[in-house]
Design a protein around this ligand. Structure first.
Ligand code: CO
Length: 447
């Protein structure tokens, strides 16, 4: 159950890779066709659950996400299973009350998760506290991710300070989560060194290949003492996914950083993963190559395709450049949030409105209104005071932890869903995605 070599690899094939390349559509049949092979490789861990898979399972695949987790657990007795959790947002898009967080984490661990990677889009420590506490309470490893971004306030010292706070709060390890592939190799070196020295915790680097730098950044990070890097099997690697397992294993082989993984084992599995990818042609639309424009725009892949489809619907595709130029301005007004779920959606929707509605903040989304009232937490830098005034007028701004305003909800949810939920797992499907879960549960228990 442990990393074989000096440097560990977390294989993301069954979660982030297909979320990044195949619109999160991989089915449990395809997952199980390769899971037990991956389990024998000797990865530090396999990321197999969480992120968008929970929603996608029910919404698009008519699959019970809990059932999926139990099946993967059964197929992978040798490897630690890992998931991605959005802090107080869990696997949804808003904050949940602490009683929901506690039960959700308990069920993740009970159904087979060993390592929970927890992040907050704003890097507000208070938004991950409750999930970290629950993770430790139920005996799993609490890895806290810092959402990586570049801005006038985001530098190595900023992230090292953040890592120290996370350690003090109870994090078992730190992940640098570079969702758009923005970290430069020498920057990665400096940051990993800084966090290792400053916080004294195990460090894991998670990069997307988007800009083409990820494998080089892994290399420099490893030289700085990075303990684990995230990779995917080559047929589902690169592009907007992670660097390839095979590449990193080969690069490190025979060095002081050897992963202990046998390259031949990976070469034997790759054709199976290639075959799996061929099942998803309808969703396989991402640019397979390198997109260096992300280095300037910082706009993650998913956000760009949203813009294009929304502008097309508004018959305004010719205004894409204006929208792209508006994104960094909105981000500045909002105190430089990293662009990751849900902040990427919030910034993106507002940038679009600012361009299409004939004036900046003439129309604002409810999310932006809530954001400027502090409902998502504290941004990395102060928000623009004039814009804030323009948007929320005299509405109050909260400075406490947003979830402090949320009363316990489980008892009420139990009443709402009634007999349709046969257990806590069913109940949590409903709490997370009420409409979708109702339909799903009605069908599940209809026969
Ligand atoms: Co990712």
């Amino acid at each position: 159950m442990a990393t074989k070599g000096k440097v560990g690899i977390t294989d993301t094939t069954l979660r982030d890779a297909h979320q990044s390349l195949l619109a999160t559509r991989m089915t449990i049949e395809d997952i199980l066709s390769v899971a037990s092979d991956l389990d024998k490789v000797g990865f530090h861990s396999m990321e197999v659950w969480g992120g968008a898979t929970f929603d996608s399972c029910m919404r698009f695949l008519n699959e019970d996400p809990w059932e999926r987790l139990r099946k993967i657990r059964k197929a992978c007795p040798n490897t630690k299973l890992q998931m991605l959790l959005r802090g107080q947002n869990l696997l949804g898009y808003r904050h949940y009350s602490d009683d929901v967080v506690d039960l959700f984490v308990q069920k993740c661990v009970e159904n087979g998760i060993d390592i929970i990677r927890i992040f907050d889009a704003l890097n507000d420590v208070r938004n991950v506290e409750s999930a970290v506490r629950a993770t430790k309470k139920y005996g799993a490893h609490a890895q806290v991710a810092v959402s990586y971004t570049n801005s006038p306030v985001h530098n190595t010292a900023h992230f090292v300070e953040l890592a120290k706070k996370l350690k003090a709060m109870g994090a078992d390890s730190i992940c640098i989560k570079d969702m758009s592939g923005l970290i430069y190799p020498y920057g990665a070196y400096e940051l990993v060194k800084g966090i290792k020295e400053g916080a004294g915790l195990m460090v894991q680097l998670h990069c997307h290949y988007t800009s083409g730098m990820a494998a080089m950044s892994y290399m420099k990070a490893i030289e700085a003492g990075c303990d684990v890097v995230d990779c995917a099997m080559s047929p589902l690697a690169m592009g907007t996914s992670q660097p390839a397992d095979e590449t990193m294993v080969a690069v490190l082989q025979g060095t002081q950083y050897d992963t202990g993984i046998d390259l031949n084992d990976l070469l034997a599995i790759a054709p199976k993963v290639k075959e799996i990818r061929s099942h998803y042609k309808d969703f396989d639309l991402a640019n397979p190559g390198v997109d260096p424009t992300v280095l300037a725009s910082q706009i993650p892949g998913g956000m760009m395709s949203n813009f294009l489809s929304q502008l097309k619907a508004a018959n305004a595709l010719n205004r894409i450049d204006e929208v792209l130029a508006e994104v960094p301005r909105v981000r500045k007004d909002m105190g430089y949030p990293p662009l990751v779920t849900p902040s990427s959606q919030i910034v993106g929707a507002q940038a679009l409105l600012n361009v299409l509605s004939g004036g900046r903040y003439k129309m604002v989304t409810n999310e932006v209104k809530g954001y400027f009232q502090g409902q998502y937490g504290q941004p990395p830098a102060p928000m623009d005071a004039d814009v804030q005034k323009q948007i929320i007028k005299d509405l109050p701004v909260i400075t406490h932890r947003p979830a402090d305003d949320l009363p316990p909800y489980l008892d009420e949810a139990r009443k709402e869903i009634g007999a349709l939920a046969k257990n806590d797992e069913d109940l949590l499907l409903y709490v997370m995605f009420p409409q979708v879960a109702k339909t799903f549960l009605e069908q599940k228990y209809a026969g």
